[in-house]
Design a protein around this ligand. Structure first.
Ligand code: TLP
Length: 343
């Protein structure tokens, strides 16, 4: 089976499992897990900030960041197709009591002008804008990358209005590898940054929230406990994260090359609509319009032939490359796509 549903499906490699088995551990609620502490220090230094907190998932990293940067009854500016809007079960409303103000970006990328227009005027009638969230790379935008200049211009606007910023950097290292911009440069304008270890980096679980502010880190730690995300001998998982940061960042380029390879193969199929220039990292979004089969049946037919992908709404499908997919797998997947979608 060639599994292109997500980069979350990667299996920990034997060397990663070995690192996990050998990890010294302690009770992280007491701050005594040396491997968790080492991972947090590594992540903070990679992103050029003072501190980091290890949490179980990317969703929790986003939601804790929203929780500590807002008050109930405030508003958060966020792109309309972002993970926070689409895939977090309404957590921002349920857990932080905030309202989400959607901005419709171009492949997920908001312009500074759009963000500025979405900031509420200070007025006795309006809800205060408390936070601006950016997702880089943008998942539903097809792995699209925020230009650093756009982020910096959004930040200049946010700073003028005294509004903090959160980066959902679940796939930040994909942007780093694709552009050569450092993680620290991408992270600089943000008060909190979340990064995931269990996407393209190949760890079995875990995310980090990185911040410069000690007071925020204390609050994050308190709410992590409230949300049930404080773990004990979590060094077993953190060791996989350290291994991932040390070994699996540069190789993300292979995933980007494979995504482009897949896009070129898909583009040859008449039923497929796709712009290969939009494939910037490891996500390939494409449309299959007026096919005799509905999307769910296309997914099932591909599965019968040995390829797994996700239908993500309407006529759109998503294929994601990752470290368990080789160029040979991509070529075989290309043949299967041509056979199923050509019939
Ligand atoms: N994305 C998953 C699904 O939840 C859609 C995927 O398969 O791509 N931010 C971004 C940008 C993400 O893509 C994801 C996961 C998360 C946050 C949440 O991470 P987890 O699944 O660890 O909570």
């Amino acid at each position: 089976m060639i599994d292109l549903r997500s980069d979350t499906v990667t299996q920990p490699s034997p060397a990663m499992r070995e690192a996990m088995a050998r990890a010294p551990v302690g009770d992280d609620v007491y701050g005594e897990d040396p491997t968790v502490n080492r991972l947090q220090e590594m992540a903070a230094s990679l992103l050029g900030k003072a501190g980091a907190l290890f949490v179980p998932s990317g969703t929790m990293a986003n939601q804790l960041s929203i929780r500590v940067l807002t008050q109930p009854g405030q508003e958060v500016i966020v792109e309309s197709k972002s993970h926070i809007v689409r895939y977090e079960q309404g957590a921002a409303g349920a857990l932080s009591g905030v309202q989400l103000h959607w901005v419709v970006g171009d492949r997920g990328i908001m312009t500074p002008e759009q963000v500025e227009a979405a900031i509420r005027p200070r007025d006795p009638h309006t809800i205060p804008t408390a936070l601006i969230c950016v997702e880089n790379t943008h998942n539903s935008g097809g792995g699209s990358i925020y230009p650093l200049g756009t982020i910096e211009r959004i930040h200049a606007i946010a700073a003028r209005h005294g509004i903090p910023m959160h980066l959902d950097g679940a796939r930040l290292f994909n942007a780093v590898v694709a552009t050569g911009v450092s993680a620290a440069d991408y992270a600089r304008p943000f008060d909190t940054v979340s990064v995931c270890l269990s996407k393209g980096l190949g760890a079995p679980a875990g995310s980090l929230i990185i911040t410069n502010e000690a007071a925020l880190l204390d609050k994050l730690r308190r709410f992590r406990r409230m949300y049930g995300g404080a773990m004990r001998q979590a060094g077993i998982l953190a060791a996989a994260g350290i291994y991932a940061l040390e070994h699996n960042i540069a190789r993300l380029k292979d995933d980007h090359d494979n995504a482009k390879r897949l896009a070129r193969l898909l583009q040859k199929i008449p039923a497929v609509t796709l712009n290969p220039e939009h494939v910037e990292t490891n996500i390939v979004m494409f449309d299959v319009i007026s096919h005799r089969l509905p999307p769910a049946e296309i997914v099932a037919a591909l599965k019968r032939e040995g390829v797994l992908i996700n239908a993500v709404g309407g006529t759109t499908f998503r294929a994601v490359t990752h470290l368990d997919v080789s160029p040979q797998d991509i070529d075989r997947a290309g043949e299967i796509f041509a056979r199923v979608l050509g019939s």
